[in-house]
Design a protein. Sequence first.
Length: 462
Amino acid sequence: MKFEFLRRPSLVRRLVILAAGWSLAVLLVTALVLSMLFQQAAIRRFDQGLAELIDNLTAGATIDQATKRPVGPAFTDLRALRAYSGKYWQISEPVNGVLRARVRSRSLWDSELKSPPDLALRLAADPGKPIFYDTRGPLNEPLRAMATRAELPGGESPVVFMAAEDRSPVDRDIRNFVTATSVAFLLLGIGMVAAVVIQVRVGLNPLFALRHEVAYVRRGKRERIEGAYPTELKPLADELNALMAHNQEVVERQRTHVGNLAHALKTPLSVMLAESQAQPGPLADVVTRQSEAMRQQVDHHLRRARAAARTVGAGERPSVAGVLAARSRTLERIFQDKGVTIDWDAADDLYFLGERQDLLELAGNAMENAAKWCVARVRVRAEMVSPEWLRLSVEDDGPGLTPAEREAAVQRGARLDESAPGSGLGLNIMDELARAYGGALKLDQARLGGLSVVLELPRAEA
């Protein structure tokens, strides 16, 4: 499965980040809580072993009646008999707030258990409460220690029993548990993130399908949304279809009105032209010229209305090569006395996103204008410039236009040569029609020496 969609700021990305963030946060908190609970349980169990050792010391310790000093038990843990074994005990007496060691385990050898400076005062403040603390051993190993204050029968003052044990194995177990837990939760987190990505991607798949369906309609490959969608999205698809049908109906109604208006005007114009031609004279010439101008204006605005009211998605996507081939044959026959040769080139899979009549209008006007002003050659090229756009360029080997003339040529009704037939609306119609499709018209100097007309037009997928 491809996950390029995660690189875009989209709904999918936000959902994935939100769900993954919450999941990872929960896993992190859970891992920390478990590690703390395990550490506390391990230390508590360790402390229980120290408490048992203190109990054994308390039960076995006595007072030497001659010296009035405490005497250690005859036998304790075997580890306490081996030097620097990691398990130690000590019986001390508080003297002026300082603990003085009186009896030590053989494992301490010539060392003493280190204790906090205020340990004696803390024990005196609460005699029955044991105190646990961390310290360092004879070999600088980390120790977990316990101290408690008690009175022995026959003793003149209370004594402090101290026991300590190397906590390195416990710390190692805690580290191993934390490492194993971290790895396990990391793998679980990666799995959850992957599951969230897949779940969101699969869950929103109908939305992506709907988007593609709408794109197909917009590009003219389909006339309506036809896919099967879940219950939650089906009303949206139906509403989109209804909206497109309504827009199509409105456009067709407007086209009908414009066509009716054009036909209503053409009939009186035809009558006026017929009458003026039947009765020659100065007035008839004026009527003829103005009627022809009015007819051309009607045709011009009719084409503009059709272009402005067009609706993408009617399923039309004419072949550019087919239009250029048909138009080239027609123009070569029209200008055969001039010997015009039209060299055209377009890929077979290049399609225009719009109506065939509009493409004929655009390409035909540009090619006819080039054939009219060329010496003998016209070159037409159509190519894809992006997945959404195509470029149509028409060049001729005629006299061309200056930059100022090129700018004036696209003005409505502008005619740079009044001796040539026409109304001066051709380039303006092409410009307005191209803009209606979101494209553009550009005039430039042709490599053949004449005028170059470049049209940027929407492209339909093959």
